[in-house]
Ligand binder design. Structure first.
Ligand SMILES: [Zn+2]
Length: 293
């Protein structure tokens, strides 16, 4: 059972890798259909860069598009500190949009998709060392699976709910919804995307069941449901954003490789773009080509 699950984990990772480029192109093609932060700077708009990480591992043989060296992540944190950026949580954005809080001068989101256990091993201690906030988005069924077995392996397992509670308690880690069990490219559906020919009602029922189940699991295990939905593979089905909003989410994160501009209109927190952090370039190269001058 474990062996087949491991295979499944890596097969999904491979599918994700194969979809990497398609993710950007597809997301761009769909962008016109979504309400999203303006690509030009709106009045009183705040630039919000967002970085998308997945796994961190020291073994170069295990590194790739979705797994980078922890030293590179640390180098990113040093770069951001030296350039005056302050990583924030979605809660900070919501408080600001609601008029109940301020944002730092140069906010940025540091996001980790899929909830790999190695986030606890490498990203969490670095977040603590530098006092910087990160956002981790686990997949519910994997969290349940590894919470049941208790297995912890940086190379392939995911975070247990217990580890997530520990990270949450630091105040530096925020946890968001990345579906309960829709993180695959199987069954005619890419992530939480809509199947060909699927009716709006049937699609809404699927999202309500799966995303709602993850919200219930997060509330039960972590004390509160997520405020933000993170689209698996950046795949956004026709009508999905409206359904996600109807489920109570106040923010969505995509794979659009761009900087978003947010305002105190809370609707600007939907469709926030993120840039994937590749394994093969320095912090100077990565941020130099992404962050505003
Ligand atoms: Zn993912």
């Amino acid at each position: 059972m474990f062996a087949s699950f491991r295979l499944r984990f890596w097969r999904i990772a491979a599918v994700a890798a194969a979809l990497a480029l398609g993710c950007w192109a597809g997301a761009l093609a769909r962008s016109a259909a979504l309400s999203r932060p303006a690509s030009t700077v709106p009045e009183n708009g705040v630039a919000l860069p967002a970085v998308m990480y997945h796994g961190l591992l020291r073994d170069p043989g295990l590194q790739g598009t979705y797994v980078i060296d922890p030293a590179l992540f640390e180098s990113d944190l040093v770069y951001l500190r030296e350039h005056g950026y302050t990583p924030v949580h979605i809660a900070d954005l919501l408080a600001w949009a609601d008029g109940a809080g301020q944002l730092p001068e140069k906010p940025i989101l540091l996001t980790f998709d899929d909830g790999a256990y190695n986030n606890y091993v490498y990203a969490f201690p670095l977040a603590q060392r530098y006092g910087m906030k990160i956002i981790v988005s686990p997949i519910g069924c994997w969290a349940d699976r590894y919470s049941e077995t208790g297995e912890e392996n940086a190379a392939y397992s995911t975070l247990t709910w217990e580890r997530m509670r520990e990270m949450l308690g630091s105040g530096l880690v925020e946890l968001q919804n990345h579906t309960y069990n829709l993180h695959s490219a199987e069954n005619g559906r890419l992530g939480s995307g809509r199947r060909e020919g699927e009716s709006e009602e049937a699609y809404a029922a699927v999202l309500r069941e799966d995303l709602g189940r993850m919200q219930e699991r997060m509330e039960a295990e972590l004390g509160a449901p997520a405020s933000c939905f993170v689209y698996p593979f950046g795949s956004i089905g026709e009508g999905e954003e409206a359904i996600v909003k109807s489920l109570g989410f106040r923010c969505t994160l995509t794979c659009d490789s761009r900087i978003s501009y947010i305002t105190r209109d809370a609707s600007s927190l939907f469709g926030i773009g993120r840039r994937l952090r590749p394994p093969d370039c320095s912090s100077e190269e990565f941020f130099g080509s992404y962050l505003p001058e």
